[in-house]
Design a protein around this ligand. Structure first.
Ligand SMILES: Cc1ncc(COP(=O)(O)O)c(C=O)c1O
Length: 472
């Protein structure tokens, strides 16, 4: 390998990335081309003519970069993918070069220590004691899956992992859950019908009486509670369930209590909005995604576990060729988690905390919360808009209201306006359904968004929703 070429191309690439980040607000946010156009662009056979790294960068500038979603743009307020912090970007670059494999200690001794430290920091933020453990994952999906597997193994006395599921069990969560919960309930062998998606109140929190009634009915039908899941930051609205009440019920029913704080975990860094996740430390396991509201580049999710030993009981299979007989203090992630080959995910999170400090990242979180609150106030002060509920975090759902339009027409209005805005490339957000209505789902997890961005967004929404009526 020509390392001098690598050095030169690497410097060029860092220059390029710096310009890209600095100028992100001047570039379109979303280039709305047909998927077939992109597939054709990459319709190429395996290259067999070596090219210089510089030449390859030029190709990327033409074929890849113009069609990337510009999540660094201040108007990106979409599905929960952050503008990545620059220190974290460097962390991932270094992680690729070192290529430590966190599955086994011998392929990453210092990386293992760093990974354990970052997991410890997350456990400290939750308020777990020294018995806690955890694992960094590809994201919230895998963290929720591991949480549910731990639940299955704990509640069945570690029988299910050997014998399979015996008897009937149910998992309880609010209707506002992320789809990863449905997939996890399926994947641990219960079947999706074992998931009880329960109604929420006007703050979109799980109704405790609905939970009690459903558990009582299930028990009459010989169906036992396997796990209660609390949501600490719903995907649509950042709503937080009553974690203390859910914990009490889980203790009474002798089942596992998992909390999905994949997005909401960022609030643990907040100075202005402390205590929102009251009771989080009572959970048996918690999902937090640093690649959401800690502004770490993808990928880095985390499952944090109050009793580390349950991880070992659930995953502790050792094979002869992997068993390290030299020193049993060497921590082996593979006997405490699913993954064998495992990316060095902690480095970018460690570098982010080292470079900015926890409080600074918390300020970004608080800024995003203030931006959502500002938009909520704009909507509430306008006769034409409503907000689903006062945002607790940075996720907010607002909608245009007009008594002369049917529900179907309003759904079309919201989808058409969102599509028009996507096409123009100044903002990106999603639409969603809540309690039978369609909403604009707006969610800044973005270091570059400001209050002014929200003002501009709201002015655009007002204008385009009004124009939809004229064009109708
Ligand atoms: C509450 C919640 N849980 C889990 C997930 C899944 O996380 P990931 O996309 O990192 O797998 C999401 C994703 O948005 C989420 O909002």
């Amino acid at each position: 390998m020509q390392y001098e070429e690598f050095r030169k191309a690497g410097h060029n690439l860092i220059d390029y990335i710096t310009d890209y980040l600095q100028q992100s607000q001047n570039k379109p946010l979303f280039n709305n081309v047909e998927p077939s156009f992109l597939n054709e662009l990459f319709d190429e056979s395996i290259p067999n003519h070596p090219q210089s790294l510089d030449a390859i960068q030029k190709i990327l500038e033409q074929k890849l970069l113009p069609y990337c979603t510009n999540v660094n743009h201040p108007g990106y307020m979409g599905l929960i993918t952050p503008s990545p912090n620059p220190a974290g970007i460097l962390g991932d670059l270094l992680a690729a070069a070192l290529n430590q494999n966190l599955g086994a200690y011998t392929i990453g001794p210092s990386a293992t220590a760093m990974e354990l430290r970052v997991i410890r920091w997350l456990n400290d933020l939750i308020g777990y004691d020294e018995k806690a453990g955890g694992n960094l994952t590809s994201g919230g999906m895998m963290a929720n899956f591991i949480g549910l597997k731990l639940a299955r193994d704990f509640t069945t006395g570690d029988v299910a992992q050997h014998e399979g599921i015996q008897g009937k069990w149910a998992v309880y969560v609010s209707e506002e859950r992320h789809v990863s919960i449905d997939k996890s309930v399926d994947a641990i062998g219960l079947g999706r019908n074992a998931l009880r998606a329960l109604p929420t109140d006007d703050k979109f929190q799980l109704k405790i009486n609905a939970l009690e009634e459903t558990i009582a009915k299930d028990k009459r039908d010989s169906i036992k509670p396997l796990c209660i899941i609390g949501l600490a930051g719903t995907t649509n609205l950042g709503a937080v369930d009553d974690l203390e009440a859910l914990h009490q019920i889980a203790v009474r029913e002798k089942c596992w209590f998992h909390v999905d704080a994949a997005y909401g975990g960022g609030m643990l860094l907040s100075e202005k909005n402390k205590n929102l996740l009251k009771g989080l430390h009572l959970a048996d396991s918690v999902t937090i995604d640093p690649h959401k509201w800690f502004y770490a580049p993808l990928d880095c999710g985390a499952v944090l576990v109050k009793d580390h030993d349950q991880l070992t009981r659930s995953f502790g299979i050792q094979h002869a060729y992997l068993t390290d007989r030299s020193n049993n203090e060497r921590y082996q992630f593979y006997v405490h988690g699913f993954e064998q080959s495992k990316r060095f995910r902690s480095l970018k999170v460690w570098m982010s905390f080292q470079h900015y400090g926890k409080d600074k990242i918390g300020e970004w979180v608080d800024d995003n919360v203030a931006q959502a609150m500002h938009l909520h106030n704009l909507a509430c002060n306008s006769k034409d808009f409503e907000s689903a509920t006062q945002p607790m975090m940075s996720a907010i759902c607002i909608r245009y209201k007009n008594e002369n339009l049917s529900n179907e027409e309003l759904t079309k209005l919201h989808r058409d306006v969102a599509a028009r805005i996507e096409k123009e490339g100044q903002f990106w957000f999603a639409t969603t359904e809540l309690k039978g209505k369609t909403w604009f789902r707006i969610n800044p997890v973005n270091i570059n968004t400001t209050i002014e961005t929200m003002d501009k967004l709201f002015a655009t929404l007002q204008e385009y929703c009004g124009e939809f009526l004229i064009l109708k």
